[in-house]
Design a protein around this ligand. Sequence first.
Ligand SMILES: CC(C)(COP(=O)(O)OP(=O)(O)OC[C@H]1O[C@@H](n2cnc3c(N)ncnc32)[C@H](O)[C@@H]1OP(=O)(O)O)[C@@H](O)C(=O)NCCC(=O)NCCS
Length: 185
Amino acid sequence: MIIKDTEFKLKDGRTAVLRSPRDEDIQGMLDYLYISSGETDFILRYPEECAKYTPEGEKALFDRMNASDHEAMLTCIVDGRIAGNCQVSWSTNIKMRHRAMVAIALIKEFWNLGIGTRMFEEMTRIAMENPDIIQMELDFVEGNSRARALYEKMGFRITGVKPDAIRLKDGTLLNEYSMVKRIRQ
Ligand SMILES: CC(C)(COP(=O)(O)OP(=O)(O)OC[C@H]1O[C@@H](n2cnc3c(N)ncnc32)[C@H](O)[C@@H]1OP(=O)(O)O)[C@@H](O)C(=O)NCCC(=O)NCCS
């Protein structure tokens, strides 16, 4: 679905725009995917695994997301650059259409400026607009205290753990935690 542009102020005083991705964002999105993948172990890909992403693939993804009635992608633009991206989506299957899945990642230089908080407010608004949705869900990797703090602030609670779900290149095994936020009864 298309999300109309909204402006907001970052903690450092700059203005950011949150909006649906456009064709002009394709190269910026490829750069964002590559950079963000190398900055933290908490994103589920390594930079070299971004080679599979292409301009054509990104365009197809943007077009699908923007035309969908059960998926939304939100891009945050700061100083003309992509600072981060988030997605909210839900199944159209009757048994699962009450569950909205969310995902978020920002480039490191844009962490701790309030973008994540603003993205969650917008994703919650989108989920609330669909009367079928009763809960929002996400996962985070063990040790991601910044993400956990944000999610708890936004009302998510841990509901489960998948042991050793992530294996880093050096063999380190990390648990993955599931969180849920109830948005209506
Ligand atoms: C996790 C992430 C999305 C958070 O977004 P963000 O824009 O940095 O978050 P915000 O600035 O809105 O809020 C972060 C909050 O955590 C707090 N925080 C920051 N570092 C923290 C830490 N190490 N431990 C606990 N809390 C922390 C901040 O003070 C802030 O709280 P406040 O608004 O009450 O002051 C972002 O840092 C990111 O993209 N990280 C890398 C990718 C990633 O981990 N994605 C999530 C995968 S599940």
